[in-house]
Design a protein around this ligand. Structure first.
Ligand SMILES: [Zn+2]
Length: 169
């Protein structure tokens, strides 16, 4: 039986860079960790950068397996930003219009794409992570599980995704 997988597109603000994500993401989450906040600030001050964070400072991501996410147009315009010289995490920005496109943790098999870049019907939020770093005057909503750190469910999802990938599914 052929399983039809939904394809979603993420575009930079000016449209010169486009990425494609296939299937259901491993995870749809908002992260408040200090690195995500620092990384966001670094990108937000770039000329003409468009916002990609929620009002309370959290960064929403759709996380996909490496083999299900690719840049289809304008790859040569992508530039890496790192918050420390030797960190394995890079935040990849479309240099044409300074749109944050995705985050790549070196050793990982996944890509966390910035949700704000996607169009169309998006999967609902599943969890908030690293909420101990959240600094906001508003109360944390309780519509989805909130984790002070990363939460076991996140690791469980990564393991499941890894096994599927290994089995060629
Ligand atoms: Zn652009």
């Amino acid at each position: 039986m052929q399983v039809v997988m939904i394809t979603r597109y993420a575009s930079c603000a000016c449209g010169r860079v486009q990425c494609r994500a296939v299937g259901k993401p491993i995870l749809s989450a908002v992260c408040y960790c200090d690195d995500c906040q620092e990384g966001a600030r670094q990108i937000e001050v770039l000329p003409d950068a468009t916002g990609f964070r929620d009002a309370d400072g959290g960064t929403p991501y759709l996380t996909y397996r490496d083999d299900r996410f690719s840049c289809t147009t304008g790859e040569e315009l992508l530039v890496d930003y790192r918050i420390r010289e030797r960190t394995p995490t890079r935040r990849v920005v479309a240099s044409c219009c300074n749109s944050a496109m995705f985050l790549k943790f070196g050793p990982g098999f996944w890509v966390s794409a910035y949700r704000a870049r996607f169009e169309g019907d998006l999967p609902p939020l599943e969890m908030r992570t690293q909420t101990r770093f959240r600094r906001a005057n508003t109360d944390l909503p309780h519509d989805v599980p909130n984790y002070g750190r990363f939460g076991m469910r996140l690791f469980a999802k990564l393991v499941t995704a890894r096994v599927s990938m290994f089995l060629g599914r």
